[in-house]
Ligand binder design. Sequence first.
Ligand code: HEC
Length: 274
Amino acid sequence: MKKTLKTLIAATAGICILAGLALAAEGQKDAKGVSYSFEGPFGTFDKGQLQRGYKVYKEVCANCHSMDYVAFRNLAEQGGPGFNEEQVKALAATFTVRDGPDSAGEMFDRSGRPSDRFPAPFANPEAAAAANGGAVPPDLSLITKFRPGWFGTFNQLANGIGGPQYVYSVLTGYEEASEEIKKEMPEGKSYNPYFANGQFIAMAPPLVDGQVEFDDGSPNKIDDMARDVSAFLAWTAEPKMEERKSMGFMVMIYLAILAGLLYFVKKKIWHDQH
Ligand code: HEC
């Protein structure tokens, strides 16, 4: 019996380790270990950081990347960046949205409204590829769930999958390529060992120090902007995170009280039997 159990445990552990290894891309570096306010069972988003991250997304990333699953009104919802409705109206209006057809059957442009989703910067993937040296900038709504920053089942159980850390690492991970590597580097690409799709990336370094001015006067080095925008993209991928965590906490309290009650009920019912 003991032996069977041991074999079973060893086999399960083996499968877990193999599954973790199989997913790791060849030569990809583990993401840098940034820590965020929203980690752990009680972590919440830092509203100021999400607002700064939104600004970086809007002024820089939105020129190339879409964010199809996020509507402007989401920015005013509970657990998000905490913009008020007036602010959301104003920031939606800074985008141009393709609408229609009108009564003459024509498509037309108008300014954005809170109910609109973020408009894509290119009309179709072909146009996006043509403008970016043949590579399509992926949609960023769910990127922090799609790309893990590190591998290994136990590592991911303990530290999360590292999605925001992956985005941070790609943004800050451009390195000078050695002569050896330069020989292999295709024209128009940059060397970035954190990129999951091979070490050469078609996105030129998108950030430079001081590029985005924050309303709250926060520092705006590449590192700061990368931290803020990756936090913002963690929120777009899981806008109900805070709700989920507080629900989980309530469930734990409920179960603790229930366990206590059951204990006393059991004691009472079995009282005379002892
Ligand atoms: C000039 C256009 C452009 C801008 C601006 C830009 N990107 Fe990109 N990005 C791309 C392209 C093109 C790719 C695809 C690269 C490839 O496939 O080699 C990409 C890839 C990425 C990836 C890797 C995706 C993956 O598949 O793992 C991330 C993360 C990313 N961008 C985030 C950002 C963020 C955040 C910003 C804003 C700070 C930004 N990008 C700004 C064009 C851009």
